[in-house]
Design a protein around this ligand. Structure first.
Ligand code: ATP
Ligand code: MG
Length: 225
């Protein structure tokens, strides 16, 4: 499970220190699908990046299962990120000149896996996002919706327990957004724990629970009907 205690993040870029997170507490159970909502600047991405170990907290604890990730070494964090966490971003972040296959295989290569076992895993992940027909295409020839589906295939290739998605539909039209939401729902049904940041209340309603953030704090935590 995910357990966050009194989490704070201060940025020191301007004249004054800026507290983007002012003491966040939350718990997310294994297999849950939760959404994080709130106005622009309320701290949603800051929170997700910390839980996903992409950033360091100023204060507080972040537990992923038995690991307090706020105290782990960079080396241990890299292993946890690669094995336990899949990240999906608004702007896809594919390697544009690589093929779909090479993009999806990348986390496997980074964890030292090579050969035919990779091919099977990549094919399975692309099947799940319904993109088997694009396996040889260059990433920069795909539509936005297709690119996001490749990004999801890449995020799940190591079979991570946690999937963190920051505005995964933010750059997509309605049809592609629905497609991505259906894939996230399917992953949830397959047992993944999903934390999704979104501006879109309709998308948030597809989660089981909604955390609402304001000004660096969680101000509401409601269960969807
Ligand atoms: N690296 C940084 N340096 C300085 N300030 C930052 C940094 N990252 C975030 N902030 C500030 O922290 C606050 C929260 O930012 P964050 O990106 O978490 O908001 P958000 O809720 O994700 O907003 P949006 O919906 O626009 O993506 C903002 O005021 C932002 O300017
Ligand atoms: Mg954000």
């Amino acid at each position: 499970m995910i357990k966050v205690k009194n989490l704070k993040r201060c940025f020191f870029t301007g004249k004054e220190p800026f507290w983007a997170l002012k003491g966040v507490d939350l718990e997310i159970n294994d297999g849950e699908f939760v959404a994080i909502c709130g106005k622009s600047g309320s701290g949603k991405s800051t929170l997700l990046n910390l839980i996903g170990s992409l950033d360091k907290a100023t204060e507080g604890e972040i537990w992923l299962d038995d690991y307090d990730i706020s105290t782990l070494s960079q080396k241990k964090l890299a292993i946890i990120r690669n094995k336990m966490i899949g990240f999906v971003f608004q702007s896809f972040y594919l390697e544009p000149g690589y093929t779909v296959y090479d993009n999806v295989e990348l986390p496997l290569i980074l964890s030292g896996s090579t050969g035919s076992v990779n091919r099977k895993k990549v094919e399975k992940a692309l099947e799940l996002v319904n993109l088997s027909n694009k396996i040889k295409a260059k990433a920069n020839t795909l539509s936005g919706g297709e690119q996001q589906r490749v990004a999801i295939a890449r995020a799940i290739i190591n079979d991570p327990k946690y999937i963190f998605a920051d505005e995964p539909c933010g750059n997509l039209d309605n049809v592609n957004s629905e497609n991505i939401m259906n894939i996230l729902k399917k992953l949830h049904e397959n047992g993944k724990t999903i934390v999704m940041v979104t501006h879109d209340l309709e998308d948030a309603k597809k989660a089981e629970r909604i955390f609402t953030m304001s000004d660096g704090l969680i101000i509401n935590n409601e269960v969807n009907q």
